[in-house]
Write a protein that binds this ligand. Sequence first.
Ligand SMILES: [Fe+2]
Length: 133
Amino acid sequence: MSNFFEWDPAKYSVQVPKMDRGHQEIISCMNRLHTLREAKAPQAQLVKTVGDLCAITVKHFAEEEAYMASIGFADLAKHKIIHKTLLAKVMEHKSLFEATGKLTEEFFSFLKVWLKAHICGIDIKYAPQRVAA
Ligand SMILES: [Fe+2]
């Protein structure tokens, strides 16, 4: 079975191995969640995986912000606000899931769109080649 979201280095690499690994971790957790939902896995497993996804995202954002600070990235403040907004959205979906016990299609499309747009449009700005240019 193909994954919900395929990692493609040509499209999604930001040329910083640690950040690429963080993005891949988020993607594989999201894929896992999608597969569990399709398989109608026990609710406890879904709850655990949604929790993991949130934790991985929080960790990755912190690492990314630390990385941007370490290279003196000019748009760090702006990027932090974007992360905060995204995280609030993720948490909103998590609360909705906790309240209803259901994972909506919107949640997955939000994650997919967010990952694509954020990695390719926002994170790519701190890629070494871009920063040097
Ligand atoms: Fe980011």
